[in-house]
Design a protein around this ligand. Structure first.
Ligand code: IMP
Length: 348
């Protein structure tokens, strides 16, 4: 986003743009050499982006390197949804005179995951003509470049279209950040489904889930498995009732299906200490199935206490308490479409 008063942006190098924002005009060759469009856009991008805190309220002070609050807000929103971004990634020369770039355009953002440049605008419609002209020129001169000019309502819609959040930003004040986006979850569950379908070709496995955290994952996973499957659910509860002080597990709802001689896939939401999984595995083995494999959406190896074998793992995560996509904190947040972390002051 460029302030109406500072239009047009100064022509800068096609090389990554470094701070301060207004670099002196370098001499650039004619269009054919100015920008090798066959090279991946990524190579022309600035390396690591500045880290923008995603927590806390938006401030009146716009932090560097942003020029406008809308840019800062957009960056925060991207961070919240875990979307990678680069600020002012490169300049596109638009006009040349005697080998010098006389006009260039620097989009505000580049989103590598979807290979898209974004220019934000809050300009009133009668002032957008100039920007529109530049956008048209970029599209003509650099036809392989995907670029969009967005107003705020447009970028909320864009994020929703790519599976990040909902049309209303879906903001949950207790959530600190999105660790795994809805889009990444869907992609990984699809991959797990493919892998399981290959491994169980010509078989008919029973998916066994342990309530309640697994509900969302098992329902999605089942729909990504192309071999026939059955499903059964167990409920267990942890208690400290074995007299030795150690936590034990009690079955509250048993299996309904007979798994004897069947191929079982035990589906878990998250394996943390491994105690639950270890206990359930021992229990399932007493029913003499033909085989039991374990598929977990999340694995937190840092807290492992029991030696358990995981056959299919969606994501390995750090030792952080996560919610969403079925996982809860005091029965809340199960319905969030992403996996997120909670603000620290909420956690014990
Ligand atoms: P484990 O017996 O320690 O491996 O714990 C497994 C169970 O603990 C999971 O099925 C979850 O219900 C719960 N759990 C562990 N870590 C988390 C978390 O980060 N968020 C929500 N629930 C969790």
């Amino acid at each position: 986003m460029t302030a109406a008063t500072s239009e047009p942006k100064a022509a800068t190098s096609t090389k990554p743009r470094a701070r301060p924002r207004r670099a002196p005009k370098p001499k650039l060759p004619e269009p054919d050499h100015a920008y090798d469009d066959s090279a991946p856009a990524r190579s022309a991008l600035v390396p690591p982006r500045p880290r923008v805190p995603v927590t806390g309220a938006p401030t009146a002070e716009v932090p560097a390197p942003f020029a406008h609050n809308a840019e800062y807000e957009f960056a925060r929103l991207l961070d919240f949804y875990g979307v990678e971004w680069v600020y002012e990634p490169r300049s596109f020369p638009l006009r040349w005179e005697r080998g010098h770039v006389t006009e260039a355009f620097t989009p505000d953002f580049y989103l590598p995951d979807i290979d898209l440049f974004i220019e934000l605008t809050t300009l009133k419609s009668n002032l957008t003509a100039e920007k529109n002209r530049k956008m048209r020129q970029i599209k003509e001169l650099y036809p392989d470049t995907k670029i969009m000019m967005l107003k705020k309502r447009d970028y909320l819609r864009l994020l929703a279209n790519y599976g990040y959040g909902t049309l209303t930003p879906g903001h949950v004040p207790e959530v600190d950040r999105v660790m795994i986006t809805q889009a990444k979850l869907q992609q990984r569950v699809h991959e797990l489904g493919e892998q399981i379908s290959r491994d169980y070709a010509d078989k008919e496995p029973i998916l066994v889930g342990v309530l309640r955290g697994v509900l969302v994952f098992i329902a999605d996973l089942m729909r990504q498995i192309t071999v026939p499957t059955s499903i059964d659910l167990m409920a267990i509860s942890s208690y400290d009732g074995n007299g030795a002080g150690a936590a034990a597990v009690r079955i509250q709802k048993d299996l309904d299906l007979n798994i004897k001689g069947r191929d079982v896939i035990l589906v878990e939401d998250i394996v943390d200490t491994g105690m639950t999984l270890n206990h359930v595995m021992e229990y399932l083995q007493t029913k003499r199935p033909a085989s039991v494999k374990v598929c977990t959406l999340l694995n937190k190896p840092a807290r492992r206490m029991m030696d358990v074998t995981l056959d299919y793992v969606g994501f390995e995560i750090e030792d952080e308490f996560v919610v969403g996509y079925g996982l809860d904190f005091h029965q809340r947040f199960r319905g969030l479409p992403y996996i997120g972390t909670l603000k620290h002051d909420l956690l014990p």
